[in-house]
Design a protein around this ligand. Structure first.
Ligand code: ZN
Length: 400
């Protein structure tokens, strides 16, 4: 099982200069390697379109070619950086193309603001009270919690004026699955609200909302600054800092909430947000991702795995339209906050109804012995067929 630990590090002036230089060297290497791959991709596309191969069958440059090139033609800057760190940059280029072939965006060149990390993939780092980084030095680190397991990789990250290290760790202690006794279905709302199938709700802390208001203010200020002025640059940094605060607060909230959930329940059922995003329109999808639900679900998954518990994702289709009491379809648009069933008379909060439906979709085994093993694919297909949704279904928009 894999786990990530993040700590803040405190480089001195000299070390920070070296870190910055490594980052910049990596970014240049990234952009150069990317340019080479892009050029080649373009060329091959042209060749394919004309269906002639006067230069022979197109050969794709891969990461090994680029790594060999790197070793052969290292610049003086590149010699200052740890060699595996540079090789990792080429792996990143490869990954960005793989992602592209899997349907993500075309790999982009990285500006100074975007390219903010480099990785020691195997060696070159050591924890000995301080963080000993090859070619950088002994950097002060505060280990606020103990690291379990074997550290595999070490990634250094720059966040405006702060530096962080994250270790990816492999833990091979066997995990004993717990007997599933308690379970909950969770509806994640648009208003950063989380509703459980027992009707309980968790709201994000107030300060998160305050930071978001502050962000709006500062962004407004930024838009009023003159283009390419020093003032604008200063304001840009202020905005980035507010972004960081929000990110950290959100992460903290996600950690605490997921901990609470995993401590309380053995089997936790969420909506599959990937399906939800596909079904819903773009505007809604954005607010879902904004609310950081994927992060929360991710954290809950990891924590559950460690504890031998189960997180399941189910298809969110119709979860808010169907009645959790009788299964009939009760179409309603987003503004209707109360579910009121004309068939069985059930009246309850819209999100509460959805949460119960989400739990019902799961492969629940509470009450039976035996350990729940989950299929790789979410089981919603078979569950949906088994639900008592009336034939013909609902023709209303698929808002859930
Ligand atoms: Zn009903």
């Amino acid at each position: 099982m894999k786990k990530t630990y993040q700590f803040r590090i405190y480089p001195n002036k000299k070390q920070e200069a070296k870190l910055n230089r490594t980052l910049s060297t990596c970014r240049h290497l990234y952009n150069d390697s990317l340019a080479e791959r892009r050029r080649q991709a373009e060329l091959n596309r042209i060749r394919r379109e004309f269906d002639v191969f006067p230069w022979g069958y197109p050969k794709w440059i891969n990461k090994y070619d680029q790594m060999l090139d790197l070793t052969a033609t290292k610049t003086s800057y590149q010699k200052e950086a740890f060699s595996q760190v540079l090789q990792d940059v080429i792996k990143r280029v490869e990954r960005s193309f793989k992602n592209f072939f899997n349907g993500f965006g075309y790999p982009r060149f990285q500006g100074r603001e975007r390219y903010n990390s480099f990785t020691y993939p195997q060696k070159g780092f050591e924890l000995d009270g301080k963080l000993n980084l090859s070619k950088i030095g002994h950097v002060k680190i505060i280990l606020h919690r103990e690291i379990e397991g074997k550290i595999k990789t070490c990634t250094i990250k720059k966040d405006i004026d702060q530096w962080y290290v994250s270790f990816s760790v492999e833990i091979d202690t066997p995990i004993i699955p717990v007997e599933i006794k308690t379970e909950t279905g969770i509806d994640v709302g648009l208003k950063s609200l989380l509703t459980m199938s027992n009707g309980e709700q968790i709201e994000p802390p107030e300060f998160l909302r305050e930071s978001q208001d502050k962000l709006k203010q500062e962004q407004k200020r930024l838009s009023r600054k003159k283009l390419r002025s020093q003032n604008r640059n200063n304001q840009r940094i202020i905005v980035a800092r507010v972004h960081r605060t929000i990110r950290n607060q959100r992460k903290d909230f996600a950690h605490k909430t997921s901990r609470k959930l995993v401590d309380t329940y053995d089997h936790i059922v969420f909506e599959d947000l990937q399906i939800k995003n596909m079904v819903q329109n773009h505007h809604l999808a954005k607010s879902i991702s904004d609310a950081g639900w994927s992060q929360l679900i991710g954290f809950t998954k990891t924590k559950a795995e460690c504890a031998g518990k189960v997180v399941e994702l189910v298809n969110p289709k119709y979860t808010s339209q169907n009645c959790s009491g009788c299964g009939n379809s009760v179409p309603k648009d987003l503004s209707v906050r109360v579910h009121s069933c004309p068939f069985c008379g059930l009246v309850l909060d819209r999100d509460h109804n959805a949460a119960i439906n989400i739990l019902k979709r799961s492969s629940s085994t509470v009450g039976t012995t035996g350990i729940l093993s989950l299929p790789k694919q979410p089981q919603w297909r078979s569950n949906e067929a088994g639900s008592s949704r009336p034939l013909g279904g609902s023709s209303s928009p698929l808002l859930s």
